[in-house]
Design a protein around this ligand. Sequence first.
Ligand code: ADE
Length: 228
Amino acid sequence: MRIDIITVLPEMLEPFTNQSILGRAQSKGLAEIHVHNLRDYTKDKHRRVDDYPFGGFAGMVMQCQPIDDCIAALKAERDYDEVIYTSPDGEQFTQAVANELSLKENIIILCGHYKGIDHRIREHLITREISIGDYVLTGGELAAAVMADAVVRVIPGVIGDEQSALSDCFQDNMLSAPVYTRPADYKGWRVPDILLSGHEANIKEWELNQMLERTKKLRPDLLNNEQD
Ligand code: ADE
């Protein structure tokens, strides 16, 4: 899959996109992340991409022209399944949304800034608005990085152990079971005996029980709130 991220702060995204899971996915040829500097598309001689809002409100608003031209340039090259705008008033980003987006061929993520973007862009070009949580970030770059990471890591083959993305927290609307590694006894803190028993069926049953118990205790809302 290909993700095109449009931003006024490309230097903020480059460390995320070239390293860790995103870097690995790209070197394996399973994903491509391209970061575009919105200022490269402005017709303003001072490279400005924002202006004062009509109505005398406070703050600055990202203008239509650079965003429209940048999206048009990308769309001239290929078809896009979604043009996403990162915004605190968008739909909540969840594992289900990450899974769904990972099946797309090409997506654009437009990072918001200042007071937001001219609403006409939202009406005419944006297909989906996504928030990563009920708090306000300075810009959409961190939200875009979070989304790209969560989406790319569930593409089959990106994570070495195929199973591990599937057994992540939230994949079945449940939290993960606790995990342990050697030594089995550290300062008298013992790993549960069942995990050392070698009995696969019992271990699986223990894991499911742990998932259910931890979810009931820590995130009961997940059990009442089945997502697809
Ligand atoms: N931009 C600012 N705050 C945001 C949030 N919570 N999610 C997505 N984009 C944002």
